[in-house]
Design a protein around this ligand. Structure first.
Ligand code: EPZ
Length: 439
């Protein structure tokens, strides 16, 4: 398995182009299942999770045509299979998002039940309850969700007991082809939901309330094809913002949307980081190293994102004074804490959901293990600020969500190399120059 070696202590300077959002691309690509028209999607990042989704779509019979590195078209006119198999679903939980589109267009489907994962049990009960309210008959048999409906799904008034990104997306897609009106209350408001809704509208869906916590969908008999460009990745953006701050460098992030990372910018500014913005760039100047500790609580959008919790924890370790983090979204999202402690980080559990970060930790390189995608990003950031070498294992987690991470970082001066299974070091500088991905 590949490892990443980071030698810390170098301030990063330069420009980082931000790619399309992983978490918007996944549901948008799945929306292609709602139509027999062609959906052309632009600005798709090159990532392991996207490749997994292509495998699932191919099993179903979707015709996939790659137009360029980041543009692909999907034609689901000839669906031949209505089962998403466990072998693929188990590697990516978001696969459960095929459920809403397949059920609503074909009246039946089977999707392997995603198991637990490193950040918590992650049930899909809200997805299933919403589809049942729309008339679906759902059973769990032999590890599969088996869903069917007589005729069409029916519009319903759905109120989620808790905000869920995935359940909102699944229900929204299902509702576009349902008979009548669906109202989704307590809907997630993440920019990725808005992006999905705008793509569905481009395909002919009738959706109002986009960007709010109440979405109203008037079902249509049919949706058509469309051409849609995915929004920039706000979590990748936030990760590189913190990379500038933690190394005491200055980075300009391009092709991004400052308005989608407001909670992160506010937190960083409170810590003392200088941030300037244009419509589509963010410049983070971390050269003044007088950062102070802050307290954050992760929340659904527009609150501070759980997907940036591990990364800001790394930055807090380098601030003066203590910080606290309270994680309210996932039960088990502190797996990076013991790994950071191996790097000399002074972090203490207050209780199961909160940690105290002492600050001014003299981070030292160490062998560490990545447990999930964002935990891995937090470890890379800590490693960039640490003295000496950090060897990060299980970097396949990073490949799920960061396109060309080593290439982008090394182009700004980071000392980072990927060690392949055969232990041979790959200089990522070359990849950065010729623009291909390091995945
Ligand atoms: C999405 O996951 C993202 N994934 C996650 O990003 C992100 O961390 C999360 O939203 C929160 O922002 C994708 O978009 C592909 P949820 P999702 O349903 O949809 C509970 C990353 O690193 N819940 O909003 O699975 C759940 O357990 C990933 O890119 C139920 O109880 O998250 C959690 O506590 C990781 N029952 C909370 O709701 C359900 O049926 C929010 O989860 C569904 C969710």
């Amino acid at each position: 398995m590949d490892k990443i070696k980071v030698t810390g202590g170098t301030p990063l300077f330069g420009t980082v182009p931000i790619g399309g959002s992983k978490n918007a691309s996944l549901p948008i690509i799945m929306a292609s299942l709602l139509t027999d028209g062609v959906l052309e999607v632009l600005n798709i990042p090159v990532l392991a999770d996207i490749k997994t989704l292509y495998e699932i779509l191919k099993v179903l019979g979707v015709r996939i045509t790659h137009i360029d590195d980041h543009t692909t078209s999907f034609n689901a006119a000839h669906i031949s299979e209505l089962t998403a198999p466990y072998e693929l679903v188990k590697t990516m939980r978001a696969s459960v998002l095929v459920l809403g589109p397949l059920l609503s267009r074909f009246g039946e489907c089977q999707v392997a039940l995603p198991g637990g994962c490193a950040i918590g049990p992650r049930p899909v009960n809200f997805h299933l309850a919403a589809l049942e309210q729309m008339g679906a008959d759902i059973t769990i048999e032999e590890g599969y969700i088996k869903a069917s409906v007589k005729g069409r799904l029916k519009g319903a008034n759905i109120t989620f007991p808790k905000i869920s990104v995935g359940a909102t997306e699944n229900t929204l897609m299902a509702a576009t082809l349902a008979d009548g009106q669906t109202v989704i209350n307590n809907a997630a408001m993440e920019p990725e939901i808005t992006d999905l809704a705008l793509c569905l509208k481009a395909m002919g869906a009738d959706i109002t309330g986009i960007g709010t916590s109440c979405l109203t969908v008037n079902g249509k008999d049919k949706l058509g094809g469309a051409k849609y460009s995915v929004l920039p990745d706000r979590i990748e953006t936030a990760t590189y913002m913190i990379a500038a701050a933690i190394t005491g460098g200055k980075l300009t992030l391009t092709d991004t949307r400052p308005g989608d990372v407001t909670a992160v910018s506010e937190a960083l500014r409170k810590m003392g980081v200088e941030i300037t913005e244009t419509d589509d760039t963010i410049t983070v100047d971390g050269r003044d190293r007088n950062l102070v500790g802050i307290d954050i609580v992760t929340e659904p959008y527009p609150g501070f994102p759980t997907d940036v919790q591990a990364q800001i924890m790394a930055l807090m370790l380098t601030a003066k004074g203590g910080s606290t983090i309270t994680e309210t979204i996932f039960e088990n999202r502190f797996m990076h804490v013991p790994e950071m402690q191996r790097m000399n980080a002074d972090i203490r559990f207050i209780n199961d959901t909160s940690v105290a970060i002492a600050g001014e930790s003299k981070l030292k390189g160490a062998p560490v293990m990545a447990s999930d995608l964002r935990a891995s990003a937090g470890l890379v950031l800590a490693a960039l600020a640490a003295e000496g070498d950090t060897l990060i294992e299980r970097v396949y987690h990073l490949d799920r969500g960061y396109e060309a991470l080593e290439a982008k970082l090394s182009a700004c001066g980071a000392n980072i190399v990927r060690l392949h299974e055969d232990k041979e070091e790959t200089k990522t500088q070359d990849t950065a120059q010729n623009g291909t991905t390091a995945l």
